[in-house]
Design a protein around this ligand. Sequence first.
Ligand SMILES: NC(=O)c1ccc[n+]([C@@H]2O[C@H](COP(=O)([O-])OP(=O)(O)OC[C@H]3O[C@@H](n4cnc5c(N)ncnc54)[C@H](OP(=O)(O)O)[C@@H]3O)[C@@H](O)[C@H]2O)c1
Length: 419
Amino acid sequence: VGLLGYGRVGQAVAAGILQSRGRLEAAGVSLTCIGALVRQPARLRGGPPMPCTTEPAQVISRADLLVEVLGGIEPACALAGAALDAGTPVVTANKTLVAHHGAELRALAAARGTTFACDAAVLAGVPFLGSLARRPLVSASRRILGIVNGTSHVVAGALDEGASFDEALRLAIDAGYAEADSEADVSGRDAAEKLTVLLHLAGQHGAAPGRLTAGRLDALDQEDFRDARRAGGVIKPVVLASLEPGASGAWVGPALVVFDHPFARLGGVDNVLTLTDSHGHVVTFGGPGAGPAATAQTIIDDVVEAAVRGRGAPRRPIGSVGANGTPRVPLDEPPPGPWFLRVDDGGRALTVRRFAEHLAAAGVGPVHLTARRRRLVARTAPAPWRAVCRALESCGAGRSALVLPIIEHQSHASKETHR
Ligand SMILES: NC(=O)c1ccc[n+]([C@@H]2O[C@H](COP(=O)([O-])OP(=O)(O)OC[C@H]3O[C@@H](n4cnc5c(N)ncnc54)[C@H](OP(=O)(O)O)[C@@H]3O)[C@@H](O)[C@H]2O)c1
């Protein structure tokens, strides 16, 4: 096994392969890490001793199989592409690479009769992507809902308990969950990449992280969390996509999850994903979304599968099912649904009554409307995103307003629809 990257995950893969030697041999594979590509070979590392190099060819040319854990797009994409082109299987945990170039790398692997596996790219410690890729019915989901970024989940949890944003982020960094540069977590970019991988799996091959609507976690203040609780839910960072023709859309970012929804009880770095089919059946995956050891286990299982299958028998690439017969739907706006709105008065003397009139004129029915300390908070009936935006523009709130989807319990939501 050649390692592209010997950081946290790369070292955990090397350690896992050593620790699991007996179990792996029982499964019919004997794995040895032959070396790692890094930026700084002289850096002190805690993992098993490993020949480290800055020269990719020294790793790629000698390996039967590559594990790509560099992160980012380049040089990961060029190196994975060169290896696949030469028929060498590649296993990756890099969601950025998979979200942006997964389709072409999969196609290359298929053309060369080899494997491109990426189960650790989404819900890293929960190996499910590969099995879904071989299951056309489950992967043809109509609704995707998940909490797929552990860092933002920890930050949102601390905000909910009354911490300021800086305190919440510091807590996540000190606990080892967040990086000093947490922009990918706070902006939703990390979660958007993971949702893109899931949308490709569901046959939406045009989906791209930059085209999904994302809300920032740092747009919220402590009062929003209190208002959310008064409105009957807790704010969680979610990914949401509806693939229903005529009611499609996607959202990445904070949402109000009603108290009786199973997600409302989750905390810490928990990750969870639910896929709902056209009959309303829900399949749920949950578990560790990150952490080097959990990620390494998923990677090593992918390595074993690729090794057992050999170069001539690639497993079915992700995205190859669900592709045919799945109507392409627009995903550049959030799907219709109920909304949690916060509008700061901002000196406009906006009363509850005036706000309700603006909502009604745009066709948005408020379910619950309150005013407190110069801010108005509404929980609305299901409405299209554009109607909500129209109402906010017309009352002058526009971009300063907070708009969060409300995630209702599935059975309640469907009762609402039948009504
Ligand atoms: N950490 C997690 O829990 C987790 C979970 C799921 C998925 N992932 C994914 O796994 C990947 C790796 O994450 P990580 O946490 O292990 O990152 P990391 O600790 O930053 O390690 C990255 C490694 O890649 C090397 N590297 C980066 N750019 C390079 C370049 N241009 N040329 C040569 N070497 C380069 C670094 O070399 P130096 O050591 O010399 O700097 C380092 O060894 C990412 O795609 C991440 O999204 C991570």
